[in-house]
Design a binder for this molecule. Structure first.
Ligand SMILES: C[S@@+](CC[C@H](N)C(=O)[O-])C[C@H]1O[C@@H](n2cnc3c(N)ncnc32)[C@H](O)[C@@H]1O
Length: 504
C-alpha cells in the first residue's frame, strides 16, 4: 500500500520531536528529507502516521533507528590537522604537566566511526604518553557508527589525510582495509550516548582534560547546542581545552571559556581556577617552543568588523547542516582517477572519463556536482547551470551549486548576479572559503574596498581550515597555500583603510 504523505502539521510535529530529542535541526528547506524518512519508517512499521507519531516518544528502539538515519557521520583520521597540532603541542603537554598520577582524560563527543578519538590516541603516544597514562572516551548517538568504531577497521578513504609515516606505523593493510593497531583500539572506550540526555556518571564536573566536540553542534538547534555546551563546559577541568569544529563557535552558547589561537586554528580553554576568561591570542607558530599564549584582549589584535563577520557566520552555521560533497572513491569506482585528472587541470579528459561511469553513479548528486565543476572550467556555462539547477531542485550540494552558478555568472560578465550566487553559497555554508574569495575579488573590481577587505580576510581564515576534499574540488587546481597567497597579495594591493575608519 502506498504510504500517505504527512500533513504539514504531522511533519512539523516530527521535526520538533527530532530537534528536541537529538538536537538535530531541520530547516524548512530540508523537510523533504524528514518527510521521506517518516513515510519510510511508517511503512516499515506498518503504522499509520498518527499512530507512529503518537508512539514514537516512548519507543527507544525506533528512536535509535531514526538516530542512525538522520545523523551525518562524516569524519576521517587527523581531520583539521592544525587542531591536531595544537592538541599535540599545546593541550597535551600542558595537561600532562598537571595531571598528577591520574590518566589524562580525553573526550571525543560526537565521535562517529572513531577516527577522531583514535587520532587523538595515536598523537598522545607520539607525545610520549603510555596507554596507562591516558584515557580516551568516544560518545555518539549512532549505534551503528560505534560498532564500526570498535572494529578498528577502515577504508583508505578514512585515511585520506593520514601522513604516510603514521599510516605505516599504526595501520596494517588487509586487502582494501586498514586495520588499526590493537593497542590503540583498546585504548579508546566507546559509549552510545545522546549528549542531550542526563548521564550523571558521565558529566562529573572537572572530569576531562581535553574535549573534542567537532562538527556536531552545527547541526543543532540553538537551545540544544547551548544545553550540550553547558554540559561539556561543566565537565571540563579548569585549565582544560575544548576543540570545536573549525566553523563552530561558542558565541551565544557560553562565555565561560577563553579563546585561543595558535597553530593557525582556534580553540578554547577553561580558565584555571580563580581566574576569569579573557580572549587569549597566541602569536606562536607551529614548531616554536611553547610559551603561555599571550593574554591579549582581542580588540587589541583584531579588527572588530572582522570579529562581527565571524560571529554572524558562526551563528548561521549553527542553524544549518551541509552534506559531505565528495563521493567516496571506494563507493564509486573510477571517480578517484577523475578527481586526479581534475586536480591536474585535465578537465576535458576528466569529463570524458566521467561520462563513461555507470548511469547509477553518474546520477549521484556528488557525481553531478563533479561534472558541473568540470564543465565550468571548460567554460560550458549553460550546461553547468543546468546541472546546478538539477542539484538545487533535489536540495543536493546546494552551497556548491550556488558557488558554481556564481562562477557561471562571472563567466557571463554578470557581476551582480555572481555576487548574489556567491552570497547564497555563503548563507548556506558560512565555512565555505571559495565563494568568500570570489566575493572579495568582485568587491575589489567594483571598488567596494571595505567589502573586499572583509571578504578576503574571511576567505583567508576559512581557507586555513577548509577541507582538503573541498579544496580539491573547488580550488581550480590551486592548493591551499596558493589560494592563501592569492588572498594575501590581493589584500596587500588594497589601499590601507583610511585613518578615520569607523570602529564599533
Ligand atoms: C559529522 S560527525 C563528526 C565526527 C567527528 N567529531 C569529526 O569532526 O570528524 C557528527 C556526529 O555527531 C553525532 N551526533 C549527532 N547528534 C548527537 C547527539 N545528540 N548525541 C551524540 N552524538 C550526536 C552523529 O551521530 C555524528 O556521528
Amino acid at each position: 500500500v502506498k504510504q500517505r504523505r504527512p500533513s504539514a502539521q504531522q511533519l512539523g510535529a516530527f521535526q520538533k520531536l527530532i530537534t528536541q530529542t537529538f538536537g538535530l535541526l531541520y530547516d524548512d528547506d530540508k523537510l523533504s528529507t524528514l518527510e521521506e524518512v517518516l513515510m519510510r519508517r511508517c511503512q516499515r512499521q506498518r503504522s499509520s502516521l498518527e499512530d507512529y507519531l503518537r508512539r514514537l516518544p516512548g519507543e527507544p528502539a525506533e528512536l535509535r533507528v531514526l538516530a542512525q538515519e538522520l545523523t551525518v557521520g562524516e569524519t576521517y583520521f587527523f581531520r583539521h590537522g592544525e587542531q591536531m597540532g595544537a592538541y599535540l603541542e599545546e593541550a597535551v603537554p600542558r595537561r600532562n604537566a598537571v595531571r598528577g598520577d591520574r590518566p589524562l582524560q580525553v573526550l571525543s563527543a560526537g565521535c562517529s566511526t572513531g577516527e577522531e578519538p583514535y587520532s587523538l590516541a595515536i598523537l598522545a603516544r607520539l607525545a610520549g604518553l603510555a596507554e596507562t597514562e591516558t584515557s580516551f572516551l568516544g560518545l555518539d548517538l549512532n549505534a551503528a557508527s560505534l560498532q564500526k568504531a570498535r572494529s578498528g577497521r577502515y577504508s583508505l578513504w578514512s585515511l585520506r589525510e593520514t601522513p604516510r609515516e603514521l599510516k605505516e606505523r599504526w595501520f596494517l593493510q588487509q586487502g582494501s582495509d586498514f586495520v588499526l593497531d590493537p593497542s590503540i583500539v583498546s585504548s579508546v572506550e566507546f559509549r552510545e550516548c545522546n549528549l542531550l540526555s542526563a548521564a550523571p556518571d558521565l558529566w562529573q564536573s572537572d572530569r576531562f582534560d581535553i574535549i573534542f566536540c567537532r562538527n556536531m553542534l552545527m547541526y543543532f538547534g540553538q537551545s540544544q547546542a547551548r544545553q550540550v555546551v553547558q554540559r561539556l563546559v561543566r565537565s571540563l577541568a579548569h585549565g582544560g581545552y575544548l576543540f570545536l569544529g573549525h566553523a563552530e563557535t561558542l558565541r551565544g552558547l557560553s562565555d565561560e571559556l577563553e579563546l585561543f589561537n595558535s597553530h593557525h586554528c582556534f580553540y578554547y580553554r577553561k580558565p584555571p581556577r580563580g581566574t576569569r576568561p579573557g580572549h587569549s591570542w597566541s602569536a606562536r607558530t607551529p614548531g616554536e617552543s611553547s610559551p603561555e599564549p599571550l593574554p591579549l584582549h582581542c580588540s587589541e589584535t583584531l579588527d572588530e568588523d572582522w570579529m562581527e563577520t565571524i560571529r554572524a557566520a558562526s551563528e548561521r552555521i549553527l542553524r544549518m547542516s551541509h552534506a559531505p560533497e565528495l563521493p567516496s572513491p571506494g563507493e564509486a569506482p573510477g571517480l578517484h582517477e577523475i578527481l586526479e585528472l581534475q586536480e591536474s587541470e585535465r578537465y576535458g579528459e576528466a569529463l570524458a572519463a566521467l561520462r563513461t561511469l555507470p548511469p547509477e553513479v553518474k546520477a549521484q548528486p556528488e557525481t553531478v556536482l563533479l561534472e558541473a565543476v568540470l564543465l565550468v572550467h571548460l567554460s560550458q556555462y549553460h550546461l553547468t547551470e543546468q546541472l546546478c539547477r538539477q542539484l538545487l531542485e533535489g536540495a543536493h550540494c546546494a552551497a556548491g551549486a550556488h558557488y558554481l552558478l556564481g562562477l557561471c555568472q562571472e563567466g557571463h560578465g554578470q557581476q551582480q548576479a555572481a555576487v548574489a550566487e556567491h552570497r547564497a553559497a555563503v548563507r548556506l555554508d558560512p565555512s565555505f572559503a571559495m565563494p568568500r574569495l570570489h566575493l572579495g575579488l568582485l568587491a575589489r573590481k567594483a571598488k567596494d574596498l571595505p567589502t573586499a577587505r572583509r571578504e578576503l580576510e574571511q576567505a583567508m581564515l576559512l581557507l586555513q581550515g577548509e577541507s582538503p576534499s573541498r579544496l580539491r574540488l573547488y580550488g581550480g587546481g590551486f592548493g591551499r597555500e596558493a589560494l592563501l597567497d592569492l588572498c594575501r597579495s590581493e589584500l596587500q594591493a588594497l589601499p590601507l583603510p583610511g585613518a578615520g575608519r569607523r570602529r564599533r
